[in-house]
Write a protein that binds this ligand. Structure first.
Ligand code: SF4
Length: 239
């Protein structure tokens, strides 16, 4: 499924490419049972930090919640996210005729960069997160910083979708997950980049120019209240 060059990695960010990528989960599996018990508590912990938050069991419910939060007049953009792609949100936006800023459709590298800049002032920004703690703190690593920048300030609202596989006990565990699980997995989508984790699958704490861990950001609360909305989904999604 994952082969060479960035174009193919971008192809992975489509709903069609991700069909069957994640195993179905329901409330009879250990993961599903755990998620149904823990998910609502994590959502409440996020609300206690002024994030808006929802917990739902199924991907389809998550997609419906996300779409319900986006006014039809909004301009929407996103950071690279297998979770958002798996939910098929981008396709649904196109069906609804909502204006988007799509960096992956840019014809040139320069235009792609320009669209990433424009995304910082869109109305709704869609993304995921590398890890979150049971007490409602979010952790992201980012290579260029565009995704974390948009999450922190700029777009009028940010909608974060996250599978319950991203939830760990503490914020320290979230930092460890982001650095030792999410980033080395994510790096495998970019076979042309040269980092220790690309070679070995494990983080080597590098300072490589190709590092996707330039920026390490913890979000411990949301200000202004409600700007960041988090849709937790009781399935495995993303990396
Ligand atoms: S080796 Fe470098 S790029 Fe890979 S996870 Fe570690 S710090 Fe990030």
């Amino acid at each position: 499924m994952l082969k060479k060059n960035e174009k193919q990695s971008n192809a992975l960010f489509t709903a069609d490419a991700l069909k069957g990528y994640y195993a179905p989960m329901n409330n009879t599996t250990p993961q599903g049972i755990r998620n149904a018990k823990l998910g609502p508590k994590v959502a409440q912990a996020l609300k206690d930090r002024d994030f808006e938050a929802w917990y739902c069991e199924k991907q389809e419910e998550g997609t419906a919640i996300i779409l319900s939060l986006i006014p039809k007049t909004d301009t929407v953009s996103w950071g690279g996210s297998m979770t958002i792609a798996a939910l098929g949100v981008q396709n649904r936006l196109a069906d609804l005729g909502i204006r988007v800023i799509d960096r992956d459709a840019a014809p040139t590298k320069e235009e792609r960069q320009e669209r990433m800049r424009q995304a910082l002032l869109c109305d709704t920004y869609l993304t995921s997160v590398n890890a979150l703690s049971e007490d409602g703190q979010l952790v992201n690593v980012d290579g260029f910083g565009n995704r974390v920048a948009a999450t922190l300030f700029g777009p009028k609202q940010v909608i974060i979708a996250a599978g319950m596989n991203k939830v760990v006990k503490t914020v320290e565990d979230a930092l460890i997950r982001a650095r030792t699980i999410a980033a080395p997995l994510n790096m495998q989508r970019f076979p042309n980049l040269k980092t220790p984790c690309a070679e070995t699958g494990a983080c080597g704490n590098c300072k490589s120019p190709d590092s996707i861990c330039s920026y390490l950001v913890t979000m411990r609360r949301c200000k202004p209240a409600g700007r960041i909305k988090i849709v937790l989904i009781g399935e495995d999604l993303g990396l």
